[in-house]
Structures are given as C-alpha cells and as structure tokens.
Design a protein around this ligand. Sequence first.
Ligand code: MG
Length: 303
Amino acid sequence: MTLNRRSFLGTAVSGAALTAAGGIFSSFKSNPGMGLMKSDSPILKISCQEGVAPGKELNEKLDFIESLGIVGIEFWGGGLEKRVAEIQKILQNRKLKVSAICAGFEGWLIADDPAIQKKCMDSMKVIIGAAGELGSTGVIFVPAFNNQKSLPDKEARELLLGQMKELGDFALQNKTRILLEPLNRQECYFCRQIADGASIVRDTKSEGAAVMGDFWHMTWEETNDRAAFLAASDYLHHVHIASRKRRKMPGEDGEADNYVNGFRGLKEINYQDYVSFECGSVGDPKVTLPAAVKLMNEQWEKA
Ligand code: MG
C-alpha cells in the first residue's frame, strides 16, 4: 500500500482541529467583539499594516483598504498608548478591526544584560495594555535579532519561558495575546521555524501566548508551508504575507508567489485569525495592493 502523505496529514489533523474548536482561547468566547471565536469553517481575513496602505492620512488609508474588502489593520506598537483614543475614534463607524500590533518595544527579551531584559518587559507591557484597549488579537515580538547580544540558546530558552509566561498572563488579563514571530536566519538564529516557536509557546503554559507565521521568513526556513502551519495548529494566531523573492506585494514576484500550500494548512487547522500584509511594493500600491488581495482570495479558493 502506498501511503499518501497528503491524506495522511489531512487525517491526522482533522482530529486536532476538532479538539482545537474548544481550544485554548475558549476564555475569549464570551467576547465576540474580540473576533477570537472559533467558527465552523476557516476564513481568510485579510489585514494590512498601516505603513503598507497607500494614503497620507489614516482615514484615507482605511477608506482605501476597506474598499478592497480588507478587514483588519495592523499598527506599529511604538507609542501606541498615545494613539489609543485617536484609533478608537477613527474605527468607531467602520467594519475594520485592529488585527495584531507589531513590536515597537525597547530592548530585547533574551539579552545577556538584565537591565535590557527589564526594559523590554516593561515596554512590552505598555504596548500590551494599549493593544488590549484596541481589541487587538496580539502583540508581535521576537526574542532578539542576530545583532543583539544575547544569552546562549539553552539559557535564553529557559529565561524566555518565564518571561513569556508573565507577559502572556498579563496579555490575557488585557484580553489580548503575545505573538512569538520566528524569523529567517539572516535576522535571527534563535527561533527560525514555526514548529519551534509553537514548542516554546506550548512550554510557556500561558493561554495568552501564541505563535505566528510570516510567509517571507517561511520561504527560507520551512520545507513545507502547510506542514509548518499544521505543526503550530491551535497555537497559531497571526500570519504575515509578502512576495517570496523580494518581500514586496504578493504577486510582484510572479510564479514564486504561491501560498496555496500554506493556505491549505490554515484551512486544515480551522484558522480564524488574520493574514496581514507586511511588505513593500515595487509598483504603485494603489494598483499592487488590490491585485494582491485578488491573488490571495483566488489562492485561498484553490487551497
Ligand atoms: Mg513579519
């Protein structure tokens, strides 16, 4: 008998997906406004980073992305606490929700200097508080970049588990999450693959801690997008997307910009969170962004 790898993985995950339906974020179910409820079928909710959306003013950006059917907006975390009122007001009469909040903290968690670790913990908490007020799905962080002097891997992982437990529980109290982002080796060797990130999240034992995937980094580090998402399963709560050769708008790298296999994995884990643009654009984003949304919807259909 020939074992078909695809159907084997598909069968294996269907049980996991069933379990996931009553999963670790059941505590959010009483608050549908958070958009964190698991529904019966996976959905593609497209989000866009503020800096990716064309337009001078925030309102202009939001008008444009909303017209494309984009449903989430991702903000930078630095100084977010000073923008909470402005953002709440501007989103008041819109369907758009705040998706994730991207980094913006000071220092780095696995620094070899405890003062830098503390600075990072403290500044992340400020961003987490603001993210919670905005109903965000989570605050994205990386433990360190390659150029940031850090503890050896073993010590770093042990330290990180405690930090993520504290931050994850704090995020949960604020009705949001922390989202660990694996990066490609050019940026960080510490955590490069989604499965490793998910394993760190599992060991953290906090319902406020989760992992995310970024198709850009995955291009270089994962052997199979679908398998990577399946490995993360219910621990996965955000995805970034970009073209796969130059980190531009999906579609601008032609045939390379294939997300079907990854999208299939997202469908199989009954993914309910956002896929958010984190990319540049070679062409005018007023043209390339609508084309990218179309490409994503077509590929999601195919998956
Ligand atoms: Mg990213």
